[in-house]
Design a protein around this ligand. Structure first.
Ligand code: UD1
Length: 420
């Protein structure tokens, strides 16, 4: 199994191109199966999750060509309406085919996604939302069977115990594309990826309004047969990860093509820590020279501080003098990186949903194990700053969501290589 070998201590400098957002690309690829005409998607990141979604699209009947971040996808006819367990288990976002297949075909069978490393991750809101659209849902043999005579325009309540859900908002939006009336989704998630999917659907000829607010209206239409060319937004989490790479190594990076308007929660915390952040027409420049301050972070839905950046900031704060805290309020079990960072000399205590981090003078290289996508990037960041060599095992987690991560880091001066 592949590993990363990192010799820490190099200050990163230079320019890095920010890739397209994985969490937009996945539902938008699924949504491309709504139309009979060809869709051309630009800025699609070449990461394993995207390859898995392409595989699923092909399995369902799409013809796909993927070259240099441009994806052409054409589905004149669906061949199947089922997403099998072996694909769904590799990637939760396969469940976006549920909404798509319901809208296009009124019928879908998608394996129930299980829990995952970061917690139980239920799909009750997806199911409740789809049922409110008039879909009959049955869970049988580990599969969600959905069937609708017709899809109703209705009011869809997505209030859950932790607020609304990004995935459920998108899934219901997709299914509502096939509704005979107007569906009103409330409360809707406001993440930029939700807005991107809505903008894509509008370009396809669906009428969606309110995206970016807590109430989204979808006016469905049957038989979409419009083609479209659409460009995916930049990945705010990849950009944030490189910003932390600059901060933790005391380096100086230009994040080319990053969208600062999607990153206010992260930028505010970087500035509070003492990192210099400047916006210019080409992207965001991040300079991590100089003294840094401990901070308190509370993860929150957009536009707050994203749960997908919490692990990377934990690595950074482990090297910042003083006591910092991170409170994770969205997922229940998302501090797995802490124990691995402690193997590198970090001083971290977990108290319920809060991590207390006492900065140390230096982290030291160790063998560590990646457990999920963002936790893995945190370990690489820690390795960049640590003395000696860090070996990160199970880097397939990183391959799922970061495009050519080691290559990009190496171009900025990092001493990182992939090996066995
Ligand atoms: C998406 C992102 C993920 C990010 C997360 C939060 C993708 C592919 N993934 O995940 O990277 O970390 O948003 O910004 O876009 N919940 C329920 N019932 C449900 C659905 C969710 O209780 O049916 C809970 C979850 O367990 C969690 C919270 O709601 O506690 C938010 O989850 P959600 O917004 O759905 O995250 P995802 O869409 O899975």
């Amino acid at each position: 199994m592949a590993k990363f070998f990192i010799d820490g201590g190099a200050r990163l400098s230079g320019e890095v191109n920010v890739s397209g957002a994985k969490n937009s690309a996945l539902p938008i690829i699924a949504a491309s199966l709504l139309t009979k005409k060809q869709v051309v998607l630009e800025n699609i990141p070449d990461v394993h999750d995207v390859r898995t979604m392409i595989q699923l699209a092909e399995y369902l009947g799409a013809r796909v060509e993927f070259k240099r971040n441009v994806l052409r996808i054409h589905t004149p006819r669906l061949r199947r309406v089922a997403a099998p367990y072996d694909i769904v288990t590799r990637m939760r976002a396969s469940y976006y085919m549920l909404g798509t297949l319901i809208a296009r075909n009124k019928k879908a069978v998608v394996a129930m996604p299980g829990g995952c490393a970061i917690g139980p991750r239920p799909v009750d809101l997806h199911i409740r939302g789809l049922a409110a659209l008039g879909t009959r849902i049955e869970i049988k043999d580990g599969y969600i069977h959905a069937h609708a005579q017709s899809i109703a325009g209705n009011k869809i309540d997505l209030q859950g115990p932790k607020g609304t859900s990004v995935g459920a908002t998108i899934n219901v939006m997709l299914a509502a594309c096939g509704a005979s009336g107007t569906a009103v989704i409330s409360p809707a998630a406001v993440e930029p990826e939700v807005v991107d999917v809505a903008n894509f659907l509008n370009a396809l000829g669906v009428e969606i309004s309110g995206q970016g607010s807590h109430e989204i209206k979808v006016r469905g239409c049957s038989g979409l047969d419009q083609g479209v060319r659409y460009r995916i937004i930049p990945d705010r989490i990849e950009a944030g990860t490189f910003a932390v790479a600059a901060a933790i190594t005391g380096g100086d990076l230009l994040l080319k093509g990053a969208a600062p308007e999607h990153m206010t929660g992260v930028i505010e915390k970087l500035i509070e820590i003492g990192v210099r952040v400047k916006l210019n027409g080409r992207g965001i420049s991040v300079n991590g020279h100089g003294k840094k301050n401990a901070v308190n972070i509370c993860v929150a839905p957009y536009p707050g501080f994203p749960t997908d950046m919490q692990a990377q900031f934990m690595a950074l704060l482990a090297t910042v003098p003083g006591t910092s805290t991170i409170r994770e309020s969205i997922f229940e079990n998302r501090f797995m990186q802490a124990i691995e960072l402690m193997r590198m000399g970090a001083d971290i205590t977990i108290e319920g949903d809060t991590a207390v981090i006492d900065g140390v003078r230096e982290l030291s290289g160790a063998q560590v194990m990646a457990s999920d996508l963002r936790a893995s990037s945190a370990l690489v960041l820690a390795g960049l700053a640590a003395s000696g060599t860090t070996i990160v095992r199970r880097v397939y987690h990183l391959d799922r969501g970061y495009e050519r991560f080691a290559f990009k880091l190496r171009r900025l001066g990092a001493r990182i290589r992939r090996g066995r």
